[in-house]
Design a protein around this ligand. Structure first.
Ligand SMILES: [Zn+2]
Length: 371
């Protein structure tokens, strides 16, 4: 049994577990809302707590440039700075650097030089520097600097990304961390069986506290993504948490949980909210649609969130149409609650050995709504 992670129940490939961090336990499977710039957009940390948020994700890239990790450290670290005393995972910033392809100046074995998206100033990330930033932020879980190439790059480029990702993981594993901070390695290799398996073997061999599958959900075909997840998740060590980076749609969440994924993050619930759409058991409701103009019902009869217990679809539609901030906030609260509840219910289903039934019922409801 690992000190930091315990699998408490299994149902097929799916697992329920407990991850122990400096700021508390995280029941898994766990959805991590994304607090890009030290805030989950429009949502107060007290509200996140009330929604049942087990752990938040913070973005190293953005916090490094604005307001800077030194200032955050001076003010007591990221938890105190943003008023959230629960667990926080910080990414390494690598995903932002490598997805903003036009800002990359040079990549070499030592690190990556790029231009800041804020002011164009030259900047450089190395495994040691992102370890230092995350140590200063004081997150509970730090992530390794990796190279995530776009979907369908030439295989030689994918192989080079896998090679450098291991090289960097080895160095970051040796770099200083905050006290009690866990460190997760990231496997790359897209859906290429040989490269992905090589990456997993190399990363898993370094002895991290958990492992992530990076380089999926970046535009490849969804069937292929789930197929890859199925064998890749199970190739990761079973006694450590497995993190799928970047999935948060209701169907996708259930698919990766079934395949043995323990943690995942996505901006989808809050980004969808800001476009005026709600995630519900009737599918995605676009509140701008005229059919809601006189609709007195809540978004979801059974949802205990502030939007559903107090307001009608007609009122929410009015707020969204008038671009009132309260509308964005209420939809964000509801959408987060929807994905958090879906995940918590999947966990309960795993504990009771009925995940397959839960998943097929949930997917059936979501599909009939979409039809
Ligand atoms: Zn709701």
């Amino acid at each position: 049994m690992s000190e930091t992670y315990t699998v408490t129940a299994k149902d097929g490939a799916a697992r329920a577990g407990l991850l122990r961090t400096t700021h508390g336990e995280v029941p898994t499977p766990a959805f991590m809302p994304v607090g890009t710039k030290g805030t989950v957009k429009t949502v107060d940390p007290e509200e996140l707590r009330a929604l049942g948020t087990p752990i938040l994700l913070g973005n190293t890239y953005h916090l490094h440039f604005r307001p800077g990790e030194d200032l955050i450290a001076e003010l007591g670290g990221l938890h105190r700075f943003m008023g959230w005393d629960g667990p926080i995972l910080t990414d390494s910033g690598g995903f932002q650097v490598f997805s903003l392809r036009d800002t990359i100046v040079a990549v070499d074995d030592d690190g990556v030089t790029f231009r800041s998206v804020y002011d164009g100033a030259a900047a450089r990330f190395t495994p040691e520097s992102v370890a230092g930033i995350q140590a200063a932020l004081g997150s509970d879980i730090a992530m390794c600097l990796d190279i995530c190439p776009p979907a369908d790059v030439p295989r030689t480029e994918l192989a080079e990304a896998v090679r450098r990702t291991t090289l960097w993981a080895r160095r970051q594993h040796e770099a200083p961390r905050a006290e009690g901070q866990l460190l997760f390695g990231i496997a790359q290799g897209a859906s290429d069986s040989e490269l992905r398996r090589r990456s997993i073997a190399e990363i898993a061999g370094l002895g991290f506290d958990g492992h992530a599958l990076g380089g999926l959900a970046i535009g490849e075909e969804r069937g292929l993504m789930f197929e890859t997840t199925e064998w890749a998740a199970n190739a990761l060590p079973a006694d450590k948490p497995r993190y799928f980076m970047g999935i948060g749609d209701p169907e996708g969440v259930l698919e990766v949980i079934e395949r043995g994924v323990d943690m995942f993050d996505c901006v989808l619930p809050t980004r969808t909210a800001r476009t005026g759409s709600a995630l519900t058991w009737e599918g995605r409701l676009n509140l701008r649609n005229a059919r809601f103009v006189r609709d007195p019902r809540p978004l979801d009869e059974r949802c205990p969130c502030p939007a559903c217990t107090r307001f009608s679809r007609a009122y929410l539609r009015h707020l969204i149409n008038q671009e009132e901030l309260l509308g964005l906030r209420l939809l964000s609260l509801h959408n987060l609650r929807f994905v958090l509840d879906l995940t918590a219910n999947a966990r309960a289903a795993i504990e009771e050995g009925r995940l397959a039934a839960y998943k097929s019922e949930a997917l059936g409801r979501l599909a009939s709504a979409a039809a």
